[in-house]
Design a protein around this ligand. Structure first.
Ligand code: UDP
Length: 236
């Protein structure tokens, strides 16, 4: 599959057209950002690590019957994906309290959330990705009501499957962010699933192996990501 024109350059990933209009190439860079890009660094080898992790996760999700845009890993830093029109939404699923939920609601971290919480955020850097109610989504015309319901259903199915996948690797899935797009009229899971987009704690502890190390300057970010990959490849 040949790389064509650049379709989209994100803060961390770029998406390229291919000679087949139904497919794109997603390329991971070594950039890491937090706080809507306010904090930023380059970590050599990060793109390859996240491409490997995301590819393994999408493959294992497919084995469990969870569909996504992922077709196959193409190179160290690229994956072939189905083309989709993305919704300007971020869908967050939470199994334990952390991050912005604690700040917003004044909660202690690490409280169990059962059933899991699904939240929608507006993918809009200028506004700082605000939390949205379903009425806001309707008002802003960001997705149809049935599409929102579909995203919620898929997000909870992804959560169940991811809890098994990470659980087998000795990791607790605290929370994560998903993105969805529209392909052939259907709501499709897109983007990446990695320690950049998930909070992953060593089972039974609050030791994070994820991007919180970068957000909080609390440890070796790449060492955490390497440990996630090792655990996924070899089991805990
Ligand atoms: N997240 C993400 N991209 C974003 C915002 C959040 O991948 O733009 C992920 C984040 O890594 C965490 C989950 O979504 O796993 C919930 O993040 P939260 O709302 O707590 O925001 P944070 O405090 O991490 O900025």
């Amino acid at each position: 599959m040949n790389r064509g024109d650049l379709l989209h350059r994100g803060k961390v990933k770029s998406v390229w057209l291919t000679d087949d209009p139904g497919f794109c190439i997603a390329e991971f860079s070594d950039t890491i950002t937090a706080g809507d890009g306010a904090k930023r660094d380059e970590l050599a080898g990060k793109g390859a690590l996240l491409n490997s992790i995301s590819s393994i996760i999408f493959e294992r999700l497919a084995e469990k019957g969870v569909d996504s845009h992922f077709v196959r890993k193409l190179s160290d830093t690229e994956m072939l994906v189905r083309r989709a029109e993305l919704f300007a939404l971020e869908v967050v699923v939470r199994n334990r309290s952390a991050g912005s939920l604690c700040r917003r609601l004044g909660l202690e971290p690490n409280m169990e959330i059962k059933p899991p919480l699904v939240e929608f955020f507006y993918k809009n850097d200028e506004l700082g990705d605000p939390l949205l109610t379903k009425d806001h989504i309707r008002m802003l015309n960001l997705a149809e009501e049935s599409q929102v319901a579909d995203m919620e259903r898929q997000a909870l199915a992804v959560n169940q499957a991811l809890q098994q996948i990470f659980g087998a690797a000795g990791l607790d899935l605290v929370d994560f962010k998903l993105e969805f797009g529209l392909a052939d009229g259907k709501v499709l899971l897109i983007d990446e699933i990695s320690p950049d987009t998930c909070r992953l704690w060593v089972k039974g502890t609050t030791e994070g192996l994820d991007k919180d190390r970068f957000r909080q300057d609390s440890g070796d970010v790449l060492a955490g990501y390497r440990e996630v990959l090792r655990r996924l490849e070899e089991g805990a």
